[in-house]
Structure formats: C-alpha cells, structure tokens
Write a protein that binds this ligand. Structure first.
Ligand code: CA
Length: 232
C-alpha cells in the first residue's frame, strides 16, 4: 500500500517539483490548484496527507485547513502547511491553525520530505514500507529489528530512530539540524553535538571487523547514509 498525498498549490512549477519528488518516494500524488478543487478531491477519496499552501487564489489555505478540521470525516487527515517567511510563519506558529506541521518557503525538499514521512510514520505506518534496505543493512519496522548481513544489530531507541531516518533518504546529505528535527523533534532542546554522539554509537553497533562504514561524514554539512541513488 502506498500513501496518497494531495498537494494544494497554485504555483505550477512548485507543484510539479513536489509531485515529482513525492512520486519518486513511492507516494501516490494528486494536485489541486485551488481550495475548492482540493475539497472536491478530498470528498472523492480521502488522502493520507495534505500539503497545503497558505497563499491560494480565492479561499486561503488556512480556511481550507479549518474546513477540513471542522468535518468529522476529514478531521484526522494530517496537514503540512507551506507558508511564506515572516508574518504568516509567525501566525502559523503562534495560532492553533490545525495544521500538523509547516515549512517556510523557500524550503529545502529533503526537509519537506522528512516532515511528510515523519507525520505518515505516526498517522499511517501501514502505508510506509515495512522493510528499509540499504546495501546489506535492513531495518524491519514491524519487527523493530535491524540486521546487517546475517547478523542482528542491537540498537538503543535513539540510534534506531536515527538509523530509520537516515535509511529513509539514502544517498542524501542530511544536516545535523535536519537530523535533530527528524529524530528528536523540532521542539527538543538538544545540542547539535548530540547528533555526532549518537552517530558514533550507531556506527559502533553497525560495524564489525572489516565491514564498511555505511555512514559518511560530510564536513561542514552533515551525514549521508549509503551511496547516492543511481540515476538513469
Ligand atoms: Ca500559492
């Protein structure tokens, strides 16, 4: 089963970029240009998540968010708001808009993807792949088990979440801030050096003897898990 994501965004190029990236992660994607269109699509088939732009022609994203929250059948659909920097972002932070999360434009795609996946992991875990596999390392979500080759890898809860997060974006550089956000949550008061400590522990558990280090440190940027995805 794949998760269905509805993008509500009137800027064509941005909507296309979002669609391309979500589809390449294996999601089913629909796109609506206006709030009204989004409401029709939601009525047709319930999405697992909505990426909703604040600035839409006619009915604003925030109004659509309220309407979805007002109806029992759509109340629980997770919503990620896209907002411009400044006032809107402050309002979305300060007010209870009903959105589950938000990203401020211009945003980094890996960040948005990480947020989408983090929400789906909580709201529809059955819609995400059960087993993540990168080279000889396998993480089985349903069994909560990690193996490397034939060997079981024992991890603490934080190292497990860190590995899960890294394995969801193989080959991509993830900054310490992104890792903090994705693994510890955006409200956690944790120092970025904490990430390095847990990466160190994760490496120690993953590597035995002459096994290759699956985590690459990118100086000044962050960490990459596995090789970059091959391009056709
Ligand atoms: Ca817009």
């Amino acid at each position: 089963m794949t998760a269905k994501v509805l993008i509500v965004e009137d800027e064509g190029p941005l909507a296309e970029l979002l669609r391309y990236n979500l589809e390449s992660e294996g999601f089913r994607v629909w796109h609506a240009e206006t709030g009204e269109e989004a409401e029709l699509l939601v009525r047709e088939e319930r999405p697992d998540l909505v990426v909703l732009d604040w600035m839409l022609p006619q009915v604003s994203g925030i109004e659509i968010c309220r309407r979805l929250r007002a109806k029992p059948e759509t109340r629980a659909i997770p919503i990620v708001m896209l907002t411009a920097r400044g006032e809107e972002a402050d309002r979305i932070r300060g007010l209870s808009t009903g959105a589950d999360d938000y990203v401020v434009k211009p945003f980094s795609l890996p960040e948005l993807m990480a947020r989408v996946k983090a929400i789906l992991r909580r709201s529809s875990p059955d819609r995400l792949a059960d087993v993540l596999k990168v080279s000889d390392i396998e993480l089985d979500r349903s069994a909560h088990k990690v193996t490397r080759g034939l060997r079981d890898v024992r991890l603490g809860p934080t190292e497990y979440r860190l590995l899960e997060f890294l394995m969801e974006s193989p080959g991509r550089v993830l900054s310490r801030a992104q890792l903090l956000d994705g693994v510890w949550g955006r409200d956690a008061f944790v120092d970025e050096r904490t990430v390095d400590v847990h990466i160190g522990r994760l490496r120690k558990s993953l590597i035995r003897g002459k096994e290759k280090d699956p985590i690459r440190t990118v100086r000044g940027s962050g960490y990459v898990f596995g090789e970059p995805p091959s391009r056709l």
